[in-house]
Write a protein that binds this ligand. Structure first.
Ligand SMILES: *[C@@H]1O[C@H](CO)[C@@H](O)[C@H](O)[C@H]1NC(C)=O
Ligand SMILES: *[C@@H]1O[C@H](CO)[C@@H](O)[C@H](O)[C@H]1NC(C)=O
Ligand SMILES: *[C@@H]1O[C@H](CO)[C@@H](O)[C@H](O)[C@H]1NC(C)=O
Ligand SMILES: *[C@@H]1O[C@H](CO)[C@@H](O)[C@H](O)[C@H]1NC(C)=O
Ligand SMILES: *[C@@H]1O[C@H](CO)[C@@H](O)[C@H](O)[C@H]1NC(C)=O
Ligand SMILES: *[C@@H]1O[C@H](CO)[C@@H](O)[C@H](O)[C@H]1NC(C)=O
Length: 470
């Protein structure tokens, strides 16, 4: 369901924190130069013959490595034509590559002209004293203004880390970089580097976003977006659109000319100490943004607000899950179905375990009435405002809109649906189906399936009515 998708697309951090990776010197690895694979020879690397398909988007024969267990096989797929010549290298299995080939981004690549090509970028890239490069706004920006839309140059399937040894993984990554079109290749080498293991892997680790494509987790390197530095209370937000393989960055607040554009590399919904540790371990920097250098009392208050946000959001998801389950709302069911992500682990037993765990977690969430859900959502929204994370309140707005709709409160439902649209399109994007539903809710909730659906006959509705009349 849509409401469950908060805070998913944070940057990859797992790679760098693995101590065993940090302890390997370049000398120990077969692959140590950007442009040549040398050293240990190439014992496991082989090319695979693809069936003769005139429409194949791949520029080179895929180079593959069998995993230590024989399966899965992981290969490098490179397309120079992708997104009007921007190019892309994808490391994944042949079957996932076949699914990716079917995405709009490949079937209609001529339509992706806007990706990465802003006629007039609203910022300049400048050298910042002691902090490398950064993007500085050169015009006034408002919430929702686009800063960048760009396709990734490199996508690395996270199964690489699970199934290949370090050297084999780095070998595929090196081939992926080498095969990029010249401009993308050049930009890759200009990326910030935090030397630990290998010049290719380090750049990928430090600059990658965690994204989901065709049901699997990938690390995606979006060259242009890497120019934006981190702030835990950033002035821009991003999301990844899987269908078009495009990473969007929008202003999330008002930005004045001369201000540095920032985005968050980590979840802002973690306590301050935890955020500091993650930044230090994964990116090697000490957070100096205002939120990290506040008075200790203020940090404590901020941490409490974040804890409240997390606790109350859990209540809201519980309300939403039960409400949609108890009501026979065809449209709501469609909304939920549209957003049910394919399980990332495609193993039946694991999927079952996952489901049971989810049910157990669900059972532990206290039941709240519609009216309590509205009050809780409003408090969460207010806490996000205090925390300067306004666009993150999109889920709370949607739940407030639905709960108000269920209670027959038309104007409140309209207000929250409109705010869900505005914040949601900046913070997480909305898939087309959901977008249509929220737009309708924001026009006339009385015509929507949620209208006055308190959950008839359920203890939920009774609780709601009691709360309302008391
Ligand atoms: C790193 O390697 C050295 C020698 O190879 C070993 O003594 C040390 O314990 C290792 N450190 C970690 C964190 O694995
Ligand atoms: C890789 O694995 C496939 C089966 O998954 C096998 O047919 C093939 O011979 C293997 N290739 C190499 C070079 O080991
Ligand atoms: C890709 O699309 C073609 C034609 O629409 C279809 O036959 C094929 O099964 C699809 N492949 C995957 C992996 O989804
Ligand atoms: C681009 O999209 C339009 C519809 O928005 C479609 O009619 C057209 O065929 C697409 N072009 C390509 C090259 O796929
Ligand atoms: C802002 O900077 C970009 C270069 O990144 C430039 O193309 C654009 O014209 C500048 N805009 C203004 C208003 O100066
Ligand atoms: C959040 O929930 C946890 C676990 O239920 C609880 O221990 C904690 O006190 C709650 N925090 C706040 C601020 O309510």
């Amino acid at each position: 369901m849509w409401c469950g998708r908060v805070a998913v697309s944070f940057l990859l951090s797992g790679l760098a924190s693995a101590a065993w990776i940090n302890n390997i010197s370049n000398r120990d690895l077969c692959v140590n130069t950007p442009l040549r694979v040398r050293g240990c020879g190439r014992p496991h690397l082989f090319e695979v013959e693809l069936p003769e398909e005139p429409a194949s988007p791949w520029t080179f024969k895929p180079q593959c490595i069998n995993s230590t267990f024989g399966s899965p096989q992981l290969c490098v797929f490179t397309s120079h034509e992708f997104a009007n010549g921007r190019g892309i290298s994808i490391i994944t299995t042949p079957s996932t590559a076949a699914a990716i080939q079917n995405l709009t981004s490949f079937t209609q690549s001529g339509n992706l002209t806007k990706a990465g090509e802003m006629a007039v970028p609203p910022f300049e890239v400048r050298d910042l004293p002691g902090r490398g490069k950064g993007g500085i706004a050169n015009t006034t920006l408002h919430r929702g203004d686009r800063l960048l839309a760009a396709t990734p140059a490199i996508l690395v399937d996270m199964r690489v880390n699970r199934f290949l040894n370090v050297m084999d993984g780095i070998m595929l990554e090196t081939i992926a970089v080498r095969q990029l079109p010249p401009q993308a290749n050049e930009m890759f080498w200009e990326l910030h580097n935090q030397p630990t293991t290998n010049s290719v892997r380090d750049r990928i680790t430090v600059n990658a976003f965690a994204v989901e494509v065709a049901g699997w987790q990938f690390s995606g390197v979006v060259l242009e977006t890497s120019r934006f530095n981190h702030d835990c209370r950033p002035n821009s937000a991003y999301y990844f659109d899987e269908e078009t393989l495009t990473h969007y960055t929008h202003a999330s607040t008002e930005i004045n000319p001369g201000t540095e554009i920032s985005l968050t590399y980590i979840s802002p919904l973690a306590p301050q100490q935890h955020r500091q540790n993650t930044l230090r371990v994964s990116w090697g920097f000490k957070c100096t943004c205002s939120q990290c250098s506040m008075h200790p009392k203020m940090i404590k208050h901020s941490d409490t607000r974040i804890e409240h946000i997390n606790n109350m959001t859990r209540l809201l998801y519980g309300w939403h899950e039960r409400w949609t389950a108890r009501l026979d709302l065809t449209d709501a069911a469609a909304v939920a179905a549209a957003d049910t992500k394919k399980p990332v682990v495609k193993d039946e037993q694991q999927a079952k375990k996952h489901e049971e765990a989810q049910q157990k977690a669900m059972d532990e969430i206290p039941v709240i009435s519609n009216v309590e859900a509205i009050a809780t959502a409003e408090t969460v929204i207010s806490l996000y405002q205090q925390e300067r994370l306004v666009v993150y309140s999109s889920d709370a707005h949607l739940i407030a809109a639905l709960a108000n709709c269920a209670e027959g409160r038309r104007t409140e439902a309209i207000k929250h649906a409109q705010l869900a649209l505005e914040t949601g399109l900046v913070h997480e994007g909305l898939d087309d189906e959901l977008h249509v539903d929220v737009v309708k809710l924001g026009v006339d909730p009385t015509k929507e399936p949620c209208w006055l659906k308190k959950g008839a006959g359920s203890s939920l509705s009774d609780a709601g009515e009691v709360a309302e009349s008391s």
